[in-house]
Design a protein around this ligand. Sequence first.
Ligand code: HEC
Length: 192
Amino acid sequence: MRGFIGGFVAALVVIAVVIFVAVKTGSVPARADGPLMPGEKWASRTSLSATLAREAPKPPYPFTPTDQDIATGAKLYVQNCAVCHGTADSTANAIAHGLGVRPPQFAKHGVDDDPEGVTYWKIEHGIRFTGMPAYAKSLDEKSLWQITYFLKRAPDHLPAAAESIWENPSQVAPPTPMPAEPQTRGHGGTAR
Ligand code: HEC
């Protein structure tokens, strides 16, 4: 029994050393366009499904959208999401092509068949190991539902005002105006 436990501990130590060396030598892929590690896709998909089953909001949902909400969702989508997921006539841009896990282009592959709670959760928390960001810190709950219901109706069942934004996204102003010139911080600070 003692020999068995000793062997077991030795095996754990060897595994820990192998993982440490793999990380320290850069053998664990660090590049966005690197190959996936064995089992990486299975592990991330399986964990995402289990997490969604546990955490995604279930009906009845706390928000019922008007057409105006869906138009606001379209605007927020253009500002925050279109750069990766595209709009009506766009093709995948350099950012979409550069991500290891490609963002679906919603003009072709929408999420209108997903439950609203699942889409809401993905926007709120993002998806680990992919470029999909979490928006919980930057958009309030109402905005998250407005985008969710916009995606539920896109690409083919949008009310007129949302459809117009989806077809002509250039009518939407950028989300956060960039400063015109680099700003210098006060004494002791660094310019950025
Ligand atoms: C930097 C790029 C990027 C941005 C910006 C981005 N996403 Fe994503 N998104 C992704 C990627 C990559 C995936 C694919 C993840 C995967 O396959 O698991 C994804 C997946 C999704 C999915 C799940 C798609 C599916 O088929 O299940 C939804 C819904 C989604 N994004 C909505 C949004 C919304 C809404 C916004 C803006 C509020 C947004 N995304 C912004 C990269 C992005």
